[in-house]
Structure formats: C-alpha cells, structure tokens
Ligand binder design. Structure first.
Ligand code: 13P
Ligand code: SF4
Length: 346
C-alpha cells in the first residue's frame, strides 16, 4: 500500500492536467485522498463535458464509468481501476427484459415512458433513449418523474423500487395508480410475469430492483433511536424502504446527506442511513463539534473493489490500458437519455 501511494502521488504529478481522478462519495478515504473531483452521481455526470484531461479515471462502480464513456468527448479516455466493480442494483435490470416489458406495457396503445435511475447499464439507458425516456439520479428523481409523467400515459421507473416509491410519495401519486412488477422480471421472461391488464389504469409501473446495502436500514433501528435519543436527527438515502424514509427527518442524495451533516448545529447528534465509508468520513470530519453515526453498518463491497493498489496499477500503464467504452449504437440513444436529464435539470 505504501508503494502504491507513492506511485499514485508521483504519476499524478507527472501527468498534471492530462489526468483527472473522479470519485464517488462511497469510496474509501484512501481513494478519496487522491480524487480531484468528488460528487454524487449527478454531479459526476455533469463534470464529464467540462473536463479537458485526456485520461479520466473513475473511482466508483461500472455504470458511473459507462455514463462517463457515453458523455465523453472523442479524445477522452475513461478508465476504472477494477471493471468487476458493478452495482448489484444496476445488474437487476437487463436491457432485453426492459425492452420486452415496454413492448408488453404498450400493447394496449398506451405510451409508457421509461425513466431509469442512473444506476443502470448503458444498454438499459440506450433502450430508454429509444423509447423517449430519460435518466434520473437520487438528486433529481422528483423533477424527472414529474417530467416523465407529462411525456406519455404512464411511466416505467427502473430499476429501484424504493426510489420509485419514495418519489411517488413526494408527488402524491395514489397507491391505486401504481404497480410494482413481480420480481420474476429480474431473472425471467417478462412475458411470463406481466399481465398487461393489471397495468392498464396505472400511472406508475415500477421495476422491482433494489439496493442490497440500503435494505439494511430498518424502521426498528429508527424506533430505538427515537426512544433512547429523542433529540437525535436521522437522515437517510432514498434507496431505503419507504417506512424508513417516512420515519426519518430527511432524505436525499449523498450530497444532501453531506450538507445535512455539515449544517447540523454544534452539539447535535445525527444518524445517517447510507453507505458506511461516507458516514465514517463525516463522523471523523465533525468529531470535535458534533456526533455523526451510521444508522447501521452497511458497506458497498463493489465500491470497495477500488483500492490504491489497483489505482496505482492502472496509472502505471494507463497508455496501454483498454478504456471503458460503449457500443456506438447504444451510445447514441443512451446519450440522448442522459442529455435529456441534464437539460431538464440544467
Ligand atoms: P448518489 O447519486 O446519491 O450519490 O447515490 C449513488 C448510489 O449508488 C447510492 O447507492
Ligand atoms: Fe449500487 Fe447500492 Fe452500491 Fe450504490 S450502494 S453502488 S446502489 S449496490
């Protein structure tokens, strides 16, 4: 590890403006120390078009690097230190099944607009672009769902059922107008798992994916805190279940959670329901003035696959490493889907 730290420091100095390292807030402190830009998924996506560096190294999970590859300029190369760092939730929506689902839902002549959470593959974003849909992140899901509802007769929100429900609650979409698809569509032929007649009168059709990390936060733990420390505040990420979100004092993207911790008054206690690397970092940053605690310990193993050792190995041979890229056909429509979001949320 010591050698890797020296290598990264040295190569960063040598490459100067030719290299930019981007990092998601869930990365470990070891990696965060080397990032030039940190952010939530929306902020990182917004950065790509503004960067002049030839090599952009993405410390996060694969869909983030893929989104960067979709938005990159011709002369830019996107890298990720470990290509096996994928998001399990993104893996719950496979492009062909999503497309088949849209075909089934549109059979009765209704226009169903797909809205995919950015935690999805480039191929899924490509399908979404072709079906006049767009992308959202946890920071803009409400705005994007409002937008999508105006574009057709119904919206297929994917892959995160929790973000879909939490956003639908904000927009007060009645329960009778929502349908969560059977979990069978994640692995099986949608034809066998969707009865189109059950979707006919629905405004919001929800793909049944979820983030395993954010399922660890429970209503019971919130109840215990409320009983034992009634003055403590609790904020969570909207990938948590709706009972957890409703019982919290606030919810939002990782940037929202950071801002909440930063702005909490001195002497206060804040429990945060999101990935533990971020919560521990906030706890140590504020340890002199306030208490920040994880609602439960929950680490994203895939985010943790990025290490100083594989970052150093990538940087050592960056000119010969194969950059992350996306098939040209997929890229065209995936870019349309992403750019719709960036335009609506400009
Ligand atoms: P943010 O966009 O809020 O950073 O979330 C990304 C993510 O993967 C959360 O699990
Ligand atoms: Fe995916 Fe959850 Fe990890 Fe975020 S925390 S990258 S949604 S598995």
């Amino acid at each position: 590890m010591e050698d890797s730290i020296k290598t990264i420091t040295q190569i960063k100095k040598e490459m100067g403006d030719k290299l930019v390292i981007l990092g998601h807030h869930y990365q470990s402190d070891d990696i965060i120390n080397f990032t030039d830009i940190r952010g939530d998924s929306l902020e990182l996506a917004r950065q790509i078009g503004q960067l002049d560096a030839e090599h952009i190294v993405f410390c996060g999970v694969y869909f983030m690097a893929e989104s960067a590859a979709i938005l990159r300029r011709q002369n830019q190369k996107i890298h990720i230190p470990d290509t096996s760092a994928t998001c399990p939730m993104a893996d719950m929506a496979e492009a062909n099944r999503v497309e088949k689902t849209l075909e089934i839902l549109q059979k009765n002549g209704r226009k169903v607009i797909p809205l995919t959470y950015v935690n999805s593959s480039a191929a899924v974003k490509g399908v979404v672009g072709r079906y006049d849909g767009s992308v959202c992140t946890s920071a803009n899901a409400k705005t994007m769902l409002e937008w999508a509802l105006k574009q057709g007769d119904a919206v297929l929100f994917l892959p995160d059922k929790q973000l879909a429900r939490n956003t639908a609650n904000l927009l007060e979409i009645p329960k009778s107008k929502r349908l969560v698809l059977s979990e069978g569509v994640i692995e099986g032929d949608p034809e066998l798992h969707i009865d189109p007649s059950t979707a006919e009168d629905k405004q919001l059709i929800v793909w049944p994916g979820y983030c395993p990390i954010h399922q660890d936060f429970t209503l019971d733990s919130i109840k215990t805190i409320r009983e034992n420390e009634p003055e403590a505040k609790i904020v969570v990420h909207p990938e948590c279940g709706q009972e957890v979100v409703k019982a919290s004092d606030g919810n939002g993207s990782t940037t929202f959670l950071i801002k909440y911790a930063n702005e909490a008054p001195a002497g206060s206690t804040v429990y945060i329901g999101t990935e533990t690397n971020l919560v521990n970092r906030l706890a140590s940053q504020h340890k002199e003035t306030k208490v920040i605690k994880p609602l439960a310990v929950s680490l994203c193993e895939d985010m943790g696959k990025i290490t100083v050792d594989n970052l150093a190995a990538l940087l050592k041979d960056i000119d010969n490493s194969t950059p992350v890229d996306v098939d040209e056909e997929i890229k065209k429509t995936a870019r349309i889907a992403l750019e719709r979001m960036l335009k609506v949320c400009a």
